[in-house]
Design a protein around this ligand. Sequence first.
Ligand code: FAD
Ligand code: UDP
Length: 400
Amino acid sequence: MQIYDGLPASFDPDAYDMIVVGAGYAGAVCARRLAETAGFRVAVLERRGHIAGNAYDFVNDAGILVHEYGPHIYHTTDDRVHEFLSRFTEWTDYQHKVLANIHGTLVPVPFNHTSLKLAFGDKRGEELYAKLVDVFGQNKKVPIMDLREKNDPDLAEVADYVYENVFLYYTMKQWGQTPDEIDPSVTGRVPVFIGDDDRYFPGATHQGMPAEGYTKLFEHMLNHDLIDVFVNVDARSIIEMDENTVKLCGHVYGGEVVYTGPLDELFGLDLGALPYRTLDMRFETLDVDQFQPVATVNYTTSEDFTRITEFKLMTGQVVPGKTTVMREYSKAYTPGSGETPYYAILDPENTELYQRYRARVEDVTNFHLVGRLAEYRYYDMDAVVDSALTLSDELISCHS
Ligand code: FAD
Ligand code: UDP
């Protein structure tokens, strides 16, 4: 792999069998697989100054490995994804735990057996727990919106408490809407857990952190003789779409194009902007060994920010006397402002707009959309890798 800063004047797309836009998971997985399996020469164009997309991490001035675009914890139940990524990294055995700060009391989230006792007291907590086990069974996950629909006074007591104290204010901060107004799959990511497992991702068969960090994982994945990476390159400067073809540098391109950026941007937002939420990440380095008891504390009833993450507690890095924390402030994304579109806002109207953009590239048979932005989905890292492996399979079978 060569990494170039900018696109040289001599850049010739025809020297490559595939052009990949974006060096996040979606792009890097496709680049690696087509290079090593189909013998493709691949150019990866990335508009940021670095690889790894939103998973990018780096060592800050205090010597602490931090995640520039928000805390990333690897977790999956997909063996194929895990085997693929494990070729490029060792993993540390980190099990993510989150506490919600509910009016000053720290309570495990997902809300579980322990949380019930902390919220309702031991006696009432056990009674309510017994009821939940009775109705749903042990070690089951119940989305809050499903729990709210149950017509039972005990279950309503739990549902009302969790809705009010865990979901309502946090969701208002994160989305500017109540939990009833947003897509149920979003709050369904953090279901009530009827059991004692206090991990954020109970049931993930593989969980951990890349031993040397995410950026190193990407360096290894992109490290192939047939892959060139060009950073600080906005691919829109060379791409033009028409009904049946994609042009690069003014000429119809015959190779494959994998696009992982926002789809509306490719068309100058001419049908309207796809709505997103963005985040302000505010980092602070403190002269203490440890700031909080677990890596992430969610502020579910107070503060303007949603959560505080302390990186050392996720990575396991030992740096005595110093720690870096980060607060996340969510707001509406303004296209063209330089902000990062972090979260697609899933609703029928936005999905319909996305589909109208998507229809425009459907007949361009060598142009492929993959990833959290290009598919306008709320994908975790493993889901993006899965989607990119599937697209790679299709491309490999077309070219073999
Ligand atoms: P991205 O990582 O966004 O990569 C796309 C790349 O394309 C970007 O680098 C972008 O600069 C580039 N690009 C876009 N347009 C252009 C263009 N015109 N020209 C050139 N380059 C372009 N997942 C988990 O599994 N666990 C977590 O704990 C977790 N935490 C998260 C926390 C936050 C705050 C956020 C926002 C996401 C989190 N995720 C997590 C999700 C994870 O970040 C994504 O699933 C994953 O990074 C998406 O990969 P991608 O390649 O689709 O997109
Ligand atoms: N959520 C909440 N309170 C919490 C945790 C999550 O209200 O303590 C809701 C909120 O709407 C959030 C969604 O559940 O956006 C998904 O949470 P998750 O932690 O998966 O979000 P991410 O890490 O992707 O930002």
